[in-house]
Design a protein around this ligand. Structure first.
Ligand SMILES: Cc1ncc(COP(=O)(O)O)c(C=O)c1O
Length: 396
């Protein structure tokens, strides 16, 4: 079948919840993807900040193949080897204490919310605890995750959502403080807001929130699903702020394409929240997903991925800044590491994303007016140069 036929078949059988771009992606090598008609695309989207290692990484693929041949699934009624290995590596990389593996980022958020509520319940026996979340945040599409997602457009049709959630303005400490009550059990935010338009937290903001949390025994939940796993130049973005969360969520690049997420707890929460019977999942922590996580950590170390991000990100920033200075329709760049956004003015951002695709370049949008660049973490300078060349053709 050709691309057109695959697209028609998909539209016939798959529920239409996405306006997909008219491309059928078939294989990938390094930072390039190839469609079903043989066209190559330079990928600065990485499957929405997922494929950190680049496509076709032989060691990663071999580890998955070996695990497929050995054991794919066990359930959580038993122990399995990759679970033990992956958990140790995630705990060591984060400096936190205990991990629960999920199947997606959204489920990691659900688990984080449950852990926070249970912690508060054990503290005072009440069940009316509040969570403060941020406007323009994105945490996922399930009812719990939507409840802490600060975008009315995603929420509107699905009310009533989970109760006890208040919203504050990101990077506005006074706004957060004004929402704190004696029932607040947690504050949840992305260390770098992704879908909302690539906004890194200001250090004073995050440090200020941490101080409030410590003073009032409120739990700090940092969502590192998009900005974590090396993307900003450290394993987790909060590691650059001198602020440690009580609970962290991660997913996306954690498995580099195999669906897996996790919430990670410090000892304080781990020791006084979820116990057997409180939370579970059939697939979470299964050998295949955990073999992927384990191999991702090994390869991050072997290939010095975090160091590479630190080295290459200034070049991407410089090239994007130059681009912004050359085009009236681009007004500003912001971001951290290989998570960058460029604000588009006077033109719909979706139009530029579409034109870029015609030039065989994958970039994403974020929010209503931001071009988002979240490439595989293995990009080199020549990939940045090629991206700029293709994007300039699209802008023209
Ligand atoms: C910051 C953040 N949190 C949560 C999610 C939800 O993750 P998933 O799509 O894996 O369920 C996303 C997805 O884009 C995200 O960017």
């Amino acid at each position: 079948m050709n691309s057109k036929e695959y697209m028609e078949q998909t539209e016939q059988y798959v529920l239409h919840t996405y306006n997909r771009f008219p491309v059928v992606l078939k294989e990938g090598h390094g930072v390039y993807l190839t469609d079903a008609d043989g066209n190559d695309y330079l990928d600065f989207g990485a499957g929405i900040a997922v494929f950190a290692l680049g496509y076709g990484n032989e060691a990663y693929n071999d580890a998955l193949k070996a695990q497929v041949d050995q054991l794919i699934h066990t359930s959580n009624l038993y122990y399995n080897v990759p679970l033990a290995e992956a958990a140790k590596k995630l705990v060591e990389a984060s400096g936190m204490d205990k991990v629960f593996f999920t199947n997606s980022g959204t489920e990691a958020i659900e688990g984080a919310i449950k852990a926070a509520r249970k912690y508060a319940f054990l503290k005072d026996g009440g069940t009316d605890h509040e969570i403060i979340a941020m406007r323009h945040s994105f945490h996922g599409r399930s009812i719990g995750a939507l409840s802490v997602t600060g975008n009315p457009h995603y929420r509107e049709a699905f009310q009533p959502l989970m109760g006890g959630v208040k919203f504050a303005d990101f990077n506005d400490l006074a706004s957060v403080k004004s929402q704190v009550t004696d029932k607040t059990c947690a504050i949840i935010l992305e260390t770098v807001q992704g879908e909302g338009g690539i906004y890194p937290a200001d250090p004073e903001f995050l440090q200020g929130i941490k101080a409030i949390c410590e003073e009032k025994d409120i739990l700090l939940i940092l969502d590192e699903i998009q900005c974590g796993m090396g993307r900003t130049g450290s394993y987790f973005a909060w590691q650059q702020y001198g602020v440690k969360p009580d609970i962290m969520t991660c997913a996306k690049a954690l498995g580099c394409g195999v669906p897996v997420g996790a919430f990670v707890l410090n000892e304080k929460v781990a020791g006084a929240s979820l116990v057997p019977g409180d939370h579970g999942t059939t697939y979470g922590g299964n050998p295949l997903a955990c073999a992927a996580v384990s191999k991702v950590f090994d390869l991050f170390e072997e290939q010095q991925i975090v160091k590479h991000v630190q080295d290459i990100a200034p070049y991407l920033e410089q090239k994007l800044d130059e681009l912004v200075s050359r085009y009236d329709c681009l007004s500003l760049r912001r971001g951290k590491g290989l998570m960058q956004g460029v604000v588009v003015t006077g033109r719909p951002v979706g139009e530029i994303v579409k034109k870029a695709l015609e030039q065989r370049l994958i970039v994403l949008s974020a929010g209503s007016d931001v071009l988002r660049f979240v490439p595989p973490l293995v990009i080199e300078k020549e990939d940045v140069d090629e991206m700029i060349r293709r994007l300039e053709r699209a802008l023209a």
